[in-house]
Write a protein that binds this ligand. Structure first.
Ligand code: PGA
Length: 248
């Protein structure tokens, strides 16, 4: 059985003291759960958050990576700089794709870099509102997964289905749609040579304690990639608990 994962993406939120307070509250409230908990704070708080989680089972992740090893890339962070500080890295988040120009090919380079450095990529994919309305969700997700994994041999991986129109809107996908796309992701993983049964597939997009049990009850959804609700320690701990309950 795949272990459930709840990953919190803090995005560009929290001051230093807020980050400190939030991680300690999460550690207190969610420590006992069998769910794999991954906190993805802004880069500048990654060290602080990792230290605050020392001695717990909780993990940290970067919100993005750059694929070059070092050099004149102002503002970028290399995977080699993250090793030892976090175990996971989100790649292909729709905000990176939409606002910062990450193409499918760029996402593929980031996946290669993470795998080479031993960071577990959380590969985020999902159709936008227009693609959704045009019935192109499956085609878009197939293309995103296939391109992202084109250059890598099978390797431990987490996938996240995050329909762009559901992120930060309060308008979560319906659970049957999410379940269906999770099976599409698994099929593309199989085509790419991965063992699809070993790859956790998360749902992301306006996850709350009200809708999350419906997602994790789906046979192909193994947890969540959570934005807004991850900034509230109680809500986040509830999601962690719900994922644990669904799996055991
Ligand atoms: P949200 O964000 O939970 O605030 O919708 C999800 C994400 O962007 O990962």
């Amino acid at each position: 059985m795949r272990r459930p994962i709840v990953a919190g993406n803090w995005k560009m939120n929290t001051t230093r003291s807020e980050a400190e307070e939030l991680v300690l509250a999460i550690r207190t409230l969610a420590a006992a759960a069998p769910t794999e908990v991954v906190i993805c704070p802004p880069y500048v708080w990654l060290d602080l958050v990792s230290r605050a989680l020392e001695g717990s089972n909780m993990k940290t992740g970067a919100q993005d990576v750059y694929w070059e090893e070092s050099g004149p890339f102002t503002g970028q962070i290399a995977v080699t700089q993250l090793v030892g500080m976090c175990e996971y890295a989100i790649v292909g988040h729709s905000e990176r794709r939409r606002l910062f120009g990450d193409t499918d090919e760029i996402v593929a380079r980031k996946v290669v870099a993470c795998m080479g450095a031993g960071l577990m990529p959380i590969l985020a994919v999902g159709e936008d509102a227009e693609e959704h309305a045009a019935g192109r969700a499956e085609a878009v997700v197939r293309r995103q997964v296939a391109t992202a994994l084109a250059e890598v041999p099978p390797h431990p991986l987490v996938a996240a289905y995050e329909p762009v129109w559901a992120i930060g809107t309060g308008d979560a996908a319906n659970r049957e749609h999410a379940q269906w796309i999770a099976t599409v992701i698994r099929d593309e993983l199989r085509i790419a040579g991965f063992d699809p049964e070993t790859v956790p597939v998360l749902y992301g997009g306006s996850v709350t304690p009200d809708n999350f049990p419906g997602f994790v009850a789906q046979p192909d959804i193994d947890g969540g990639l959570v934005g807004g609700a991850s900034l509230d320690a109680r809500k986040f701990a509830t999601l962690v608990e719900q994922a644990s309950t669904a799996a055991y």
